[in-house]
Design a protein around this ligand. Structure first.
Ligand SMILES: [Fe+2]
Ligand SMILES: [Fe+2]
Length: 268
């Protein structure tokens, strides 16, 4: 197997480009290509285990997302519009679960047990921080930062060497972009008043480290295996650095003070 390296610079704004230019992060492309279940079963066990692990985490996370919107955010708001948004998001997250469950079921993995689990019983995709959300500023940052981190992971999965994963991603990405944009809108609106901005700033103290932790440990052995097999394009640390470079300017534009990247982190 030959891995080729390609330099990739995201250029969505001049600012982002400048920041990323100073820490050019290489995107890996892989020649591994596995078209479907039949070829999957001919791949080494290491590849099969990684695909299953990645998809189990992703699929469980989608279902937890639905629970977050229905059980945590829906009861928190007295806005009919925001309640409607919660229902729409939950419907989409369950649909994302269904799509992930199909990819896994096609390779003989049954995820239906996840439907019987309560949010706190799920342990593949860490949800502890979400369970403690009790104010609208944190709900805003859950989407603006947390779902944006998930979106970055989906962009990598869209390039997956296992084609059923790659094919699953575009429609999910389209909806997740809307989830993130809504989080940004709530954040921006709250930042218009002094009290709202303070609430967002307080929430950011908790959500910045939480979001950066979502990318996992920098020295993760599994992360390098994902790269080796073309199941991801960036290491955990590279993905985290990219996220920081893209997100920092957006927070700064709102006049927020971003906590130190290493403060209150659980995984380094
Ligand atoms: Fe989702
Ligand atoms: Fe989402």
């Amino acid at each position: 197997m030959v891995l080729t390296l390609k330099q990739k610079v995201v250029t969505s704004t001049i600012d982002e480009k400048e920041k990323l230019m100073s820490t050019v992060i290489e995107k890996r492309t892989s020649e591994v290509s596995v078209k479907g279940p039949e070829e999957f079963f001919n791949m080494p066990e290491e590849y099969q285990d990684l695909v299953i692990r990645q998809m189990m985490v992703h699929t469980e996370g989608e279902l937890s997302g639905a629970d977050d919107y229905i059980h945590i955010f829906y009861p928190m708001t007295n806005s009919a519009y925001e309640k409607k948004v919660c229902c729409e998001r939950a419907e989409e997250e369950v649909d994302h679960y269904i799509k992930g469950a199909k990819v896994l079921s096609d390779i003989g993995i049954d995820t239906s047990y996840m439907l019987d689990q309560k949010l706190e019983e799920r342990n593949l995709f860490a949800t502890e921080a979400v369970q403690h959300i009790d104010n609208w500023a944190e709900r805003a940052l859950f989407s603006f930062l947390g779902e944006a981190a998930v979106l970055e992971m989906l962009f990598e999965m869209e390039q997956s060497s296992y084609l059923p994963i790659a094919q699953m991603c575009p429609s999910i990405i389209k909806e997740e972009k809307v989830h993130v944009a809504h989080g940004f809108r709530i954040t921006r609106e709250m930042c218009q008043t002094e009290d709202g901005k303070k609430e967002i700033q307080d929430a950011l103290e908790r959500w910045w480290p939480t979001t950066l932790d979502m990318f996992g440990k920098s020295e993760s052995k599994r992360s390098s295996l994902y790269l080796k097999w073309g199941l991801r394009q960036y290491s955990n640390e590279e993905a985290r650095e990219r996220f920081i470079a893209i997100t920092r300017p957006k927070l700064e534009e709102l006049g927020l003070n971003i906590p130190d990247d290493l403060k209150n982190r659980k995984f380094l």
